[in-house]
Ligand binder design. Sequence first.
Ligand code: ADP
Ligand code: ZN
Ligand code: ZN
Length: 771
Amino acid sequence: MPPIARVEPLTITRALRGPFDYRLPPGLADVEVGTLLSVPFAGRELLGVVVELATRSDLPDEKLAEPRERVEPAIPAELVALARWIGEEYCSTFSRALQLVLPPGAGREVRPRVRVREVLVAEATDAGRAAVADGEGAAAASSASTSAVRLTDRQRAVLERLAAEGPLPATATGADHGGLRRLADRGLLMLEPRAQRRRPLVQAVGARALHAPSLTEEQRAALEPVLAALGPDPSDRRHAVTLEASDAPRSPAVPGPATSPPAPGPVRRRFLLHGVTGSGKTEVYLQAAEAALAAGRAVLVLVPEIALAPQTVARFQARFGDTVAVLHSQLGQGERYDEWLRLANGEARIAVGPRSAVFAPLADLGLVVVDEEHEPAYKHEGDPRYDARRVAAYRAQQAGAVLLNGSATPRPESVQAFARLRLTRRVDGRPLPPVEVLDMRDARHPLHPATREALGDVRRAGRKAIVLVNRRGWSNFLSCRHCGHVWSCPQCDVALVLHQRDGALACHHCGHRERIPTACTQCHSASVARHGAGTERIETELLEALGDPDFPILRLDADTARGGKGAVARTLERFDHASAGVLVGTQMVAKGHDFPDVTLGVVLDADQTLRFPDFRAEERTFALVAQLAGRAGRGGDGHGRVLVQTLSPDAPSIAAAAKHDADGFLAGELERRRALAYPPFASLIRVTCSAEEAGDAAAAAQAVGARISAPDAVVLGPAPLFRLRGRERSQLVVKAPRRRVAIASVAAAVDAAARTPLGRRVQLSADVDPQ
Ligand code: ADP
Ligand code: ZN
Ligand code: ZN
C-alpha cells in the first residue's frame, strides 16, 4: 500500500473541510507534516498542507489522486499543530488557521509569490588563497607547486580581497564577469549563485557589543525565577498541552492530609512582570533572552505595534545583532520572507514582531516575551479572531518554554493566572509624578483653566507636554440648534465626526464622507452646533494659544499616521528632537516611548473610555491614565505632573490611577469580575449576525442561541447592535465557566444555523474572547 498524505487545502470556504487523502508517488515519499503540496482538487489545482501521514486510506485506491508537486519551503510540524488548535479555539477552520502560519507571500496560490533572491557570489578556493598567500612569503616563492600561478596585478587584488573578506557578490569584487570566470576556470575561485538576504529597514543601532547594565536589586529578584524556569528540567518539558486546565479559575488551595508528600508539580513557567513605566522591564527581557540563547533555545518577543515600539526592537538588535529577525507588516514581502527563512533555518534565533510574529518558525523555543501585554492590539480582528497573547501562551506550553508577559498595567486575567514579579520603582529613582483629577462637570471649554495654566508654564519653562485626547477629528458630532437634527452616517447608525481640515464629515466605522453642511438638511436653519473636541480641535487651540517655531504643537493620531510609511516615527522623532513643545494625540501618544524631558501629561475626557458598554471599560481607563502618567517626569529636574480631566472624578479606575494604586485597582476589578462572572472567571464568546433586514439578523441570533447547549453557560441576547455598513446587526454573548465545551457548542450552533435557508441570508461570526 502506498503511503498516504492527508492534505488540508488552503481555502477560505468554511464548507470545504479537509483533510483529503492523496497517494504519494515515489518522488514524494519523503513529505512530512508541514510540507506544502500543490494538489488536484475538483478540477483545479490548490495549495495544501500535509497535516498527517497515513499508511492506508478509507478511499479505494483508484479514487486517490496524486499531488502535483512539492512547494518550498515547508511549515514546521509544530506550527501545523498550533494551527489545528487555533481553528478550534477561535471557532474557525483548520484551513484558515493554517494560512496564518504560512511563509510570507505563500498565500493560497500554488506558486509562492516570493522567492529567495539569488546573486552571483565569488569565493576564493584553497588554491586561490594559497596563490596570494605564497606571493607574500619570500621562502614560498621557490615552491614548485605555486610557481605556476601567474597573476596580473588586477587578478591578485581580487583574490587578495576575497581571501581577506570572504565571499563577495560578483559585482563587489572589482573585476568584471569575464575576469572572474577566467579565475574560476583556473580553480582559483568559485563562482555560484547564492541566496541573498534582503535586509529589513530597522537596522541595529550601535554595535552588538553594547553591554548589559548591572541589574537593580528589583530586576535581579524578578529575573531569578525566570532563569530558574529556563534551566534544565527535562522531566516535565513538553507536556501534553493543557492550557485549559491551568487557565481554569483556581479555587483556594485545600491543604491535603498531612501525611501525603508534597506533589512534585511542574515548575512554574508563566510569569507576569508587573513593573511601573521606566522600571527596566526590557532589561529583564534582554537578560532572560540571553539565558535562553545560552541554553541553546530560541526566543520569541511580541510587541503591540512596531511603529510605536521602535526602542524595544532597537535594543534587542543592539544586544543580539543578526541573531534577531524582525517580522512586521511594514517590511516588504521579500524582506519578510527572508527573515522568515533565517528563523526557519536557525540562522536567527530571536524573532521580534507584532501579533503575527507569534507564528514565527522557531525551533526549540525557550522563552516567549509578550511586552505591554494589556494592549488590545494583540487581538486579531479577521477570521480566525485569535488573541496573540493566548496563542503565545499555548506555544510556550507546546514547546516547554517560559512565558514572560510584561506591563505597567497588566490585565486582571494575567494577575490571576501567572506568577507575578514586581518592579515597583523607576530605574532612575524618580518618583511617579503626582496626578491631579480635574472635575469637568461645570466646564464650558474643553481645556480646564488649570490645564491651560499648566501648559502655559511648560511653554515659559521651555519644556515638553503630552496631551491625550481619545478622539480624532474636530468635533464628535454636529446638531441643528433649531430642530435638533444630528448628522449621522447613511450606512451606520452612528454620528458623523467633523474633520475641519479635510472639510468633511466622516464616519469612523465605514469611512463614509460628506461635505461639511452650511445649513440643516431638515429645517434649513443655518445654526449648526459642534459638540465635543477631538485631536484636531485641541491641536488648533494649542497652536493659537501657545504655538510658535520654538514651541511646536505636533499631532499624532490615525489621521496623521496615514501620511505614509514612517509618518508615526517621523512625528515621534520630531517631538524627541525638539527642545520644547506639545505632542497632542489619541492613545498612540501614551504607548511605550521614552521621552526623557516631558514634564506634563494631560488626559482630556478621561471617562470617554468609561462610557463604552464593555466590562473592560474600567481596565482600559486605568491603563490609559497610568500609561500616560508613566510618560511624564522621566528626566530633567524630575518635576513631572499629570492632569486628568473627567466628568466622573469618582470612577474607581480614575481614582486608583490618580493614586498610582495598581494593586488596589486590580484587586477591586477581580472582585467585581468574580461577582459578575466575567473573565477570568468565565470565558466570553460573542456571536454577531448581520443581514440586510433587521428581522433576519435578530432571527438568526435567536436560532443560534437556541442551539447552544453548554451546561452552565449563560446566553445573553439577542440584542440589537447599531447598523454598520448598511447591514443590520444582532448579537449574542455567551458567558461560560467551561471554555472548551462552550466553544465547541457555539461553533456547532453557528455551523448548523448557517446551513438553514435563513442562515444563507445572514453573515454569522463568532468571536472568542472579544475585546
Ligand atoms: P520599562 O520597559 O519598564 O518602561 P525600560 O526597560 O525602558 O523600562 O527602562 C528604562 C530606562 O532605564 C532605559 O533607558 C534602560 O536602558 C534603563 N535601564 C534599565 N535597567 C537598567 C539598569 N539596571 N541600570 C541602568 N539603566 C537601566
Ligand atoms: Zn434643523
Ligand atoms: Zn458609516
